[in-house]
Design a protein around this ligand. Structure first.
Ligand SMILES: [Cu+2]
Length: 150
């Protein structure tokens, strides 16, 4: 399969590059990242995420002035009309908790995104190597500031 095949669509909404980061095969928590594009002129609201392998919640990481990262629970997230929203490390993410499975890099992890008006999209998260992401995490912190803006 080509690398860019992971694209899921529903009523003008498309989800691309969905992936999951966990720390170790027996991780009890993990984070999901993806890009949601919205071709509609009105914003769309993602109000819930469900997964069969754990409890899913929407979170946002905020870094305070002292560089301490804190996660905040979000009730929903809005994707602007004719725009996109990127869920990425250090920002908005899907938090998975109470995970009861063993991770295996050879398979994908299905998740359902539920939008306020448009219904739900089933997507598959690709598991990214925990070791690689830990390195990337350290690297990001090493540079101190990595605020990202559109
Ligand atoms: Cu989180």
């Amino acid at each position: 399969m080509p690398a860019n095949a992971a694209e899921f669509e529903l009523k003008g909404i498309s989800v691309s590059n969905p992936y999951l980061v966990v720390f170790g095969k027996n991780a009890k928590a993990g984070a999901g990242y993806l890009v949601i594009s919205n071709k509609n002129s009105d914003p769309v609201i993602l109000k819930k995420v469900t997964a069969d392998f754990g409890k899913a919640m929407l979170h946002k990481t905020n870094v305070d002035n002292e560089g301490v990262a804190k996660m905040k629970h979000l009730e929903s997230i809005a994707v602007p009309g004719n725009g996109f929203l990127k869920l990425e490390p250090g920002g908005i993410h899907i938090m998975f908790m109470n995970i009861s499975i063993k991770f295996d890099e050879s398979r994908k992890y299905p998740v359902t995104l539920i939008f306020e008006k448009q219904g739900s999209i089933d997507i598959d998260l690709e598991l990214k190597s925990a070791r690689k992401s830990q390195k990337a995490h350290k690297h990001e912190h090493g540079h101190g500031h990595s605020h990202k803006h559109d």
